[in-house]
Ligand binder design. Structure first.
Ligand code: B12
Ligand code: SF4
Ligand code: SF4
Length: 382
């Protein structure tokens, strides 16, 4: 007879989870860290992270029935991204996790199947599924369940899977024996810290979200600070730099194909991850919703995504970006017009400056006017 833990492992593999581990629930010794991380403003506008810290630190306060957690890792290693000249081709970059259907939906369905399996095996067992929802410190529980170690980039890393996996959990009313905390393997490496475009990781292990491109492009809703815009390059949704440069992800090498999401067609991924910027800037509301139906990219809404696209076009330095940016000055969303103005202000071509000067003759929104004025003032065009 297989142990309960073994049967759970087998079911995890059947459902496509490549990592599975367990730990008993208790109060996490991270209160000091979490409190000071929040107090220093590191959560930015993600106010939900400050809600009920006691539940985050100890899920049993909310769910006294829960005694253990099953932690699961679902793979999504991207294909190797071909080296393109994005400035010349005017292509944006989308983080690998966003390819295909929103992972919340894909994994939630798997967790429900998992729970049906548990209930059949142990009728009446108490369960609660989570994937990136609710006050659960997912990496922390996964760490304690042996799924990986905390990298200096704050990602959970595994020797075979790198960091290309999502986390999901099932809180359960069962006593499960785990394998304990794994060793850390970052050693003296500091690649992620050195290569982060905005220095969001500082000395490592702590992320300043308000500086992180992932936060800026997905979670932050308003204008992006001018000094950060040039550092965003062509990232228009999320950022994978601190994962791309990690030697543990490089080591995936030929075994990479074992770490790819089973529901995605690999060949299409490159086009999805490197979309045409001018094409995106032309999307109206209906076009945006149709293109990103069931995708995580819906989260920043059309105005947030097009804001990011305008910034990337401004960073391209390619005069072919001027025409689409000029059209974006007529966008119904002030957020898009303001960032398009900033982007035009970076070009030396006279056409860019003329478009800005013309905008000043009729622009009514005060914030956009300010962006246009600043773009004219700093414009290198004569
Ligand atoms: C908010 C959030 C974000 C924010 C903030 C990220 C952050 N680092 O906190 C933003 C929007 C920036 C973000 C970005 C990304 N995210 Co995110 N995010 C979350 C979310 C919802 C909450 C994270 C959280 O609570 N942060 C608060 C801080 C305090 O927690 P922490 O950084 O994990 O800190 C812990 C450690 O530092 C530890 N600690 C403190 N001191 C010490 C000392 C030692 C010795 C040790 C070992 C540990 C330790 O304690 C802290 C608390 O546990 C989780 C899902 C969830 N519910 O957990 C996903 C999650 C962390 N994100 C995920 C992903 C995939 C990403 C991106 C890669 C997406 C992308 N490509 O753009 C980037 C990666 C950026 C990065 N380097 O972290 C995955 C990570 C999977 C993995 N393998 O690690 C998660 C788990 C979602 C999921 N279900 O798969 N994310
Ligand atoms: S996701 Fe990008 S911006 Fe954020 S910490 Fe990693 S490298 Fe830096
Ligand atoms: S790049 Fe180096 S320091 Fe950063 S997470 Fe990977 S191994 Fe650790």
């Amino acid at each position: 007879m297989h142990s309960l833990e073994q049967q759970i492992h087998t079911q995890a593999t059947t459902l496509g989870f490549t990592l599975c581990g367990f730990t008993r629930l208790s109060s996490l010794p991270r209160e000091k860290f979490l409190t000071s991380w929040l107090a220093q403003g590191n959560a930015g506008e993600m106010h939900y992270l400050a809600r009920h810290p006691e539940h985050r630190l100890n899920p049993t306060l909310r769910f006294p029935e829960a005694t253990s957690v099953i932690c699961l890792g679902y793979p999504y290693a991207p294909p190797r991204i071909p080296r393109i000249n994005w400035q010349q081709e005017l292509r944006g970059r989308i983080a690998a996790y966003a390819a295909g259907s929103d992972y919340h939906e894909v994994i939630k369905a798997k967790l429900l199947t998992f729970i049906a399996f548990l209930t059949e095996m142990i009728p009446g067992v108490w369960t609660r599924p989570y994937v990136d929802t609710g006050p659960v410190l997912e990496r922390e529980w996964a760490y304690r369940s042996g799924l990986g170690w905390f990298g200096k980039n704050t990602m959970l890393l595994h020797k075979q899977a790198g960091s290309w996996f999502f986390l999901a959990e099932i809180l359960v009313g069962l006593d499960l024996e785990g394998e304990g905390i794994p060793r850390a393997h970052c050693g003296t490496c500091t690649r992620c810290l050195a290569d982060c475009p905005t220095n969001a990781l500082e000395e490592g292990y702590v992320l300043k979200a308000p500086l992180c491109i992932s936060y800026l492009t997905i979670e932050h809703q308003g204008p992006i600070a001018r000094e950060l815009r040039p550092k965003m390059g062509n990232w228009i949704f999320g950022c994978d730099v601190c994962q791309d440069v990690c030697p543990w992800n490089e080591k995936l090498g030929r075994s990479r194909k074992d770490h790819v999401r089973e529901d995605l067609v690999r060949e299409d991924l490159v086009d999805v991850l490197l979309p045409s910027l001018p094409e995106l800037l032309m999307l109206d509301d209906a076009g945006f919703r149709a293109r990103f139906r069931h995708s995580a990219i819906l989260r920043p809404k059309r105005r947030g995504l097009l804001r990011n696209v305008a910034i990337a076009l401004g960073n391209s330095g390619n005069p072919e970006a001027i025409a689409p940016l000029r059209s974006a000055l007529s966008d119904p969303e002030p957020l898009v017009r303001g960032h398009a103005a900033w982007a035009l202000g970076r070009f030396t071509e006279r056409a860019a400056r003329t478009a800005l000067e013309h905008q000043l003759t009729h622009e009514k929104d005060m914030w956009v006017r300010e962006e246009v004025l600043s773009a004219v003032e700093t414009s290198p065009a004569v």
